[in-house]
Design a protein around this ligand. Structure first.
Ligand code: PMP
Length: 413
């Protein structure tokens, strides 16, 4: 075995779920953009937390409560380091990106948007970065504008630049597209928005596990992440916000933890991050999330991205070989931007994406089919949906060979 092969086997050894058969075939998990699998370090941390430490946090005067609080706050520090935030207090725990974006729309948006203001999003946003803005724009009489894209799945930055004006208050943009894989030039997007005085929210769902993040050098105002896309547990999200912005925002939900003092006449609110963390949070999963961040950091995002890009190129070259052999229009690649994460959507002529998904599942291959929560984007391409293969650090070229062989077989059916 070459050392690269040994290395990948060591990585795969960390993910117990991969070592099983599905429909009588070895599982090939290519649905990583939907959620990544969890390494042993995360699974063990969850087990240890509930076996040894479980207690409610921040309020308890006993050892387990102190211990749990310490571990919970350790994860906050890990998130701070992972995204290079200036302060740990700027990192708020939510239940996922969807909640993080709704939080910003319903607090920052509610306070600072006025009738006639504009919010800009892009054509390739996930529904979770469309609907919350539609809701608040409707409430406030603000206008939602959409950056168009080119056919290859890249943003039309010239039009974006023209769309910006002093009326633009918020730009909310996806870093890497879950449907197309496109990595957007967020430095430029942020710089242009700031030049008009707008603040920027970046949806880092598909960036966190592939691209290293530095919120300070990128001057990101709000960044949202989901733990489950980053080898961590479900039910944990992050909202990073610059301190001044978070302090200016009203609370999102009222309840325990987010208060300083409560009387029936008046309530004063806690400092950040607690002002935005009402109620008992998802303690065990937040604690385990730290081990996912450690896992990714230890492997190094540059190494991870380079390996995954090799897998993506291997797959795309394989599809092109099939096109050469069986006809150029037999399989169509959707999302062919220059700069991509390891996500590839495709369609097979004459076959419904859902049926392709079922046929691949019969071979043990897990892919996602459908609109990927990007219906406006699918409308742009004039399609109902796609089949999407998304690769992670534990996938192999041998697995992609199985996918390519299966695609050929489906075309020939
Ligand atoms: N944005 C993107 C780009 C995503 O891929 C997803 C998850 N599919 C989300 C937002 C929503 O994340 P969550 O479901 O974890 O809230």
């Amino acid at each position: 075995m070459t050392s690269a092969k040994q290395d990948i086997q060591l990585v795969r050894g960390q993910f117990p779920i991969l070592h099983q058969e599905v429909n009588g075939k070895p599982l090939i998990y290519f649905d990583n953009a939907a959620t990544t699998q969890k390494p042993l370090a995360v699974i063990n941390a969850l087990n240890e937390y509930y076996s040894l430490h479980n207690a409610n946090i921040h309020r308890g005067a006993h050892t387990l409560a102190d211990r749990s609080t310490g571990y919970f706050e350790d994860t906050r520090k890990s998130v701070q380091t992972f995204i290079n935030a200036k302060e740990a207090e700027e990192c708020i725990f939510t239940k996922g990106i969807t909640e993080s974006i709704n939080l910003v729309a319903q607090t920052y948006g509610k306070k600072f948007l006025n009738a006639g203001d504009e919010v800009i999003i892009s054509y390739m946003e996930h529904h979770s970065n469309i609907v919350p803005w539609q809701m608040i724009c409707e409430e406030k009489g603000a206008l939602l504008k959409v950056i168009p894209i080119h056919a290859n799945g890249e943003l039309n930055l010239e039009v974006y630049e023209q769309m910006l004006s002093v009326r633009t208050k918020i730009v909310a943009c996806i870093w890497a597209s879950n449907a197309l894989g496109t990595i957007n030039p967020i430095e430029k997007i942020i710089e242009l928005a700031h030049s008009k005085g707008a603040i920027v929210l970046i949806d880092g769902a598909q960036a966190g596990s592939h691209i290293s993040i530095d919120v300070q050098s990128l001057d990101i105002d709000f960044l949202v992440l989901s733990s489950h896309k980053l080898y961590g547990p479900t039910g944990v999200g992050v909202l990073y916000g610059k301190r001044a912005l978070l302090e200016a925002m009203p609370p999102y939900q009222g309840g325990g933890e987010m208060i300083r003092e409560v009387s029936f006449a008046v309530t004063t609110y806690n400092d950040i991050p607690f002002k935005f963390e009402a109620g008992t949070p998802n303690i065990g999963d937040v604690i385990a999330f730290k081990y996912a961040l450690e896992f990714v950091t230890k492997r190094g995002l540059t190494n991870i991205a380079a390996y995954e890009l090799m897998l993506l190129n291997y797959f795309v070259d394989g599809v092109k070989n099939i096109q050469n052999e069986l006809g150029v229009d037999c399989v169509e690649l959707i999302g062919t931007a220059q700069n991509k994460v390891a996500v590839q959507s495709f369609n097979i002529k004459g076959k419904h994406p859902f049926d392709i998904g079922m046929m691949l599942d019969a071979k043990g291959i897990a892919v996602r089919t459908g609109h990927h929560c990007t219906q406006p984007l699918m409308n742009f391409y004039g399609i109902e949906g796609t089949v999407r293969a998304s690769f992670a650090l534990y996938n192999t070229v041998e697995e992609i060979d199985v996918l390519l062989t299966s695609i050929s077989a489906i075309i020939k059916r």
